[in-house]
Design a protein around this ligand. Structure first.
Ligand SMILES: [Zn+2]
Length: 336
């Protein structure tokens, strides 16, 4: 970025008017017209509340540094700022949430979500105004938190009462939230951000808009399914040495299995009871309840098997499963 007659010690606040907006005529004196437009397009958010500093916290884009790098080097500062910045991004990348949610947070903090404000800058739209409420310009903070449509959703979560956000950019808001919440709560918050963005997109694309209370349920369900898959991926794979073991004489073996079809997501429950010679005694194969995850389906299959054995008054018997996680839960070795 080319500058004209800029002092090394110049501050961002030197380019703001008394009301806290960009001073366009002053920018014009020191920058080319293109650069002036780029700077004027930077959302100020709560910069005036935060105070001026030698770095633009939430962006690694050189355009935003306004020639302070050389100044930092001359004065020997910037190391801790850079560490703080890296810590901020690491906090997002280390969240145990689906990658699509990390990407959404990152894009929102980098001011590159396709909100009305950004689409106007790219000349895709001509109006900055939020299409949902029609009252405010739509940047990431407005779309994800402060629009009245988003607030309806957030009010159904416990975050709305716990977090008092007072405006600014989405990056400011996320920084404030991240400093107050535990990692687990921050992960739930991140999933809610995803749902708030989905709510906004469904409206704009003319899709049926999910009721906000259902959306909260779906969000928590998404989080639970992700956690369950994560846990399962950490479990050791079944050893190829594992083989069917005969039950002892006069005892029975009940094998149960729950399966979720990849494409349609249909659930199936199956069970088979054999004697100590491997002879088939009885069994079942039925459709499972919808919306359960793989582990839940496995456990419902066990319940069906136990009901069958109780109905037939078979005892004693052993249960055989192929899910290490389900076995751990039934043995009370981990929470369900
Ligand atoms: Zn709005």
């Amino acid at each position: 970025m080319m500058t004209r007659g800029l002092e090394q010690t110049v501050m961002v606040s030197d380019f703001l008017t008394a009301s806290g907006s960009w001073n366009l005529s002053l920018l014009e004196q020191h920058f080319s017209l293109d650069d002036r437009d780029v700077i004027a397009g930077i959302p100020l958010g709560s910069v005036s509340q935060r105070g001026d500093s030698r770095y633009w916290f939430f962006s690694k884009n050189e355009k935003y540094r306004v020639a302070v790098r050389q100044c930092d080097e001359d004065f020997g500062v910037g190391g801790s700022d850079q560490r703080a910045q890296e810590g901020f991004w690491m906090r997002i990348w280390k969240l145990a949430v689906p990658n699509k949610i990390k990407m959404l947070l990152w894009r929102a903090c980098m001011y590159i979500l396709p909100t009305a404000v950004n689409l106007v800058k790219r000349r895709v739209l001509t109006s900055l105004v939020c299409a949902r409420c029609g009252n405010y310009s739509e940047d990431a903070y407005h779309a994800l938190w402060s629009c009245k449509s988003s607030k309806k959703f957030w009010k159904c979560t416990h975050f709305f009462r716990r977090i008092n956000l007072v405006g600014g950019t989405f990056a400011d808001a996320f920084e404030a939230v991240a400093s107050r919440l535990s990692k687990a709560d921050l992960e739930r918050f991140a999933c809610c951000v995803w749902s708030a963005w989905k709510l906004r997109n469904d409206f704009l694309h003319g899709k049926p808009v999910t009721r906000v209370d259902h959306l909260v349920e779906n969000t928590l369900d998404m989080m639970a399914r992700f956690k369950s898959c994560e846990e399962r991926s950490k479990l050791p794979l079944v050893s190829p040495q594992v083989r069917w073991l005969k039950p002892r004489v006069n005892a029975l073996l009940l094998n149960c299995d729950g399966a979720v079809e990849r494409g349609q997501g249909d659930r199936g429950l199956e069970g088979c009871c054999r004697d100590h010679n491997g002879n088939f005694i009885c069994g079942f194969a039925v459709a499972g309840p919808p919306s359960l995850d793989v582990l839940g389906t496995e456990l419902v299959a066990v319940r069906e098997g136990l009901l069958m054995m109780g109905y037939m008054s078979f005892s004693p018997f052993t249960i055989g499963l192929d899910s290490q996680e389900a076995v751990s839960i039934l043995k009370d070795e981990r929470d369900w």
